[in-house]
Design a protein around this ligand. Structure first.
Ligand code: NDP
Length: 475
């Protein structure tokens, strides 16, 4: 069986990729198990060198990876180049981990107590279609660094960069079968990775609905999971903020990757007294978003990933929807949807549900308490921004908003050196940051009993073997 890959900018099929079966998934896990044991036995410096070499090979392939992502996923070429560079940086960052993943020596009575961080073994990684390369690297780089093997199932629609990364790893000298990519269907390959007894940890990124299923299936085997799920993040704009900057940058906070971003600030909450002025400033910023051919260097926003996803996004903006204004989008073939700003009510579906497209809702609030209440009135808690010049307010609000990643006077969400993950239905566990490799280990504690007093030293005449005594081998 194969999957036809469609270029989202043209709507035309450009490649076919084989779909992995359950039997082939099992064979891949068996190979990974063997490769992992050999990898974990290698000297830490050797594993670090192999990961640095992998990072170097990704660096040399940035143009190739960016071109694949632009064609397969519709990402603007400049953005796709940044993503490939990010994968290199993530690998370089975690290449230090094999030599730094140290246990502890803990003071206890009666002996010596040491913790070890053992690799879990084989890690299953299931990735979504929105950021295929970067999200994969957040799992495979720290997992490999901690001594594990990785079997990765990319999203059905966007497997090409992951397949290429596995080939690059091999070319760079990583052991065969240590990092395998299995294209195929979620309910087949993905679900088999979750239920396979030799896969000891699963990292899943995708919808909250599928994440719940993954968690329930993993529970059957008491298997570790990290889940990065949906979001409906708030961008809170107070009247005392630099309103021009907040409005000028708001499109990049939500329309990046055509809004197919779990961190998209898709709810803009604006203090009522400055709502009209904010909208006046936002309109030209939305109109200025360059939507078009992903291979054009000046493009800032490409098409949606698929016809199916385009229909889903269109369903959130039916005829008569409270559209304030829209940007432009090419007409014709391809899965195009223009940047769209809605002025909905607080109960509107578009304001409450994850759309995962270039649609943002602007809703006014009355005071700080109202803003915090609105921001938290969501099952999600992944990301968000707070715009204010008042430092005390910035601290108060950032502490009160239930979200894993907030930025003040900025729309930044992800840095490989800081932890990333969600509250509530946005996920379980954290990726990235210095502690990520630890999430791919089991902590083992060993207590060595030590006698306080040394045994009395025997006299040399009682221990030295006599010349005539038979050796151990001959007895
Ligand atoms: P899914 O959550 O279904 O897909 C994410 C990944 O999980 C894909 O690799 C998918 O494979 C796989 N998968 C699907 N079913 C199973 C299963 N039973 N067991 C194991 N793995 C499985 O997301 P969709 O692609 O269907 O997107 C639906 C919505 O989810 C989007 O509209 C968006 O709202 C949200 N989403 C959120 C993301 C985020 O980063 N938070 C990312 C992607 C989507 P396959 O591709 O073969 O289906």
């Amino acid at each position: 069986m194969t999957t036809a890959l469609v270029n989202p900018a043209t709507g035309r099929t450009f490649a076919d990729v084989p779909s992995t079966s359950i039997e082939e998934t099992d064979e891949a896990v068996a190979r990974a198990l063997v490769a992992q044991r050999e990898w974990a036995r290698r000297a830490p410096a050797d594993r670090a060198a192999a990961l640095r070499s992998f990072a170097g090979a990704v660096d040399a392939a940035i143009e190739e990876l960016a071109g694949l992502e632009a064609t397969n996923s519709g990402h603007p070429i400049g953005q796709a180049r940044w993503e490939a560079g990010h994968v290199r940086d993530v690998l370089q960052y975690y290449a230090a981990a094999p030599e730094r993943l140290a246990g502890a020596q803990i003071p206890v009575a009666g002996g010596l107590d040491i913790t070890f961080h053992d690799p879990v073994g084989v890690v299953g990684v299931i990735t979504p279609w929105n950021f295929p390369m970067t999200i994969a690297s957040w799992a495979f780089a720290p997992a490999l660094a901690a001594g594990n093997a990785v079997v990765l199932k990319p999203a059905e629609w966007t497997p090409l960069t992951s397949l290429r990364l596995a080939a690059i790893a091999l070319e760079a000298g990583l052991p065969e079968h240590l990092f395998q990519v299995l294209p195929g269907l979620g309910p087949v390959v993905g679900e088999r990775l979750v239920t396979h007894p030799d896969v000891r940890k699963v990292v899943f990124t995708g919808s909250t609905a599928t994440g719940k299923r993954v968690m329930a299936l993993a529970a059957e085997q008491v298997k570790q999971v990290t889940l990065e799920l949906g979001g409906k993040s708030a961008n809170i704009v107070f009247a005392d903020s630099d309103l021009e900057r907040a409005a000028r940058t708001a499109p990049s906070g939500v329309f990046e990757n055509a809004g197919q971003d779990c961190c998209a600030r898709s709810r803009i909450l604006v203090e009522r007294s400055v709502l009209d002025r904010f909208l006046e400033l936002l309109e030209p910023a939305v109109a200025a978003v360059a939507v078009g051919d992903p291979l054009d260097e000046s493009t800032e926003m490409g098409p949606l990933v698929s016809r199916q996803h385009l229909s889903k996004v269109e369903g959130f903006v039916p005829a008569g929807a409270p559209v304030a204004f829209r940007g432009s989008a090419p007409s014709g073939d391809g899965f195009w949807f223009p940047p769209t700003v809605l002025l909905p009510s607080r109960t509107d579906r578009a304001f409450r549900e994850e759309i995962f497209g270039p649609v943002v809702s602007v809703v006014p609030f009355d005071d700080e308490a109202d803003a915090i209440g609105l921001a938290n009135d969501s099952p999600y808690g992944l990301s968000g921004s707070i715009w204010t010049r008042d430092l005390s307010r910035a601290v108060r609000v950032s502490r009160a908003v239930e979200s894993g990643n907030l930025s003040v006077n900025s729309h930044s969400s992800v840095r490989y050196s800081t932890p990333f993950g969600g509250f509530k239905h946005s996920g379980v566990g954290r990726e990235l940051g210095p502690d990520a490799p630890l999430a791919f280990t089991e902590t083992k504690n060993v207590f060595f009993a030590i006698d306080d007093a040394p045994p009395s030293t025997p006299s040399p005449s009682t221990t030295a073997p006599s010349a005539s005594a038979p050796s151990e081998e001959t007895t």
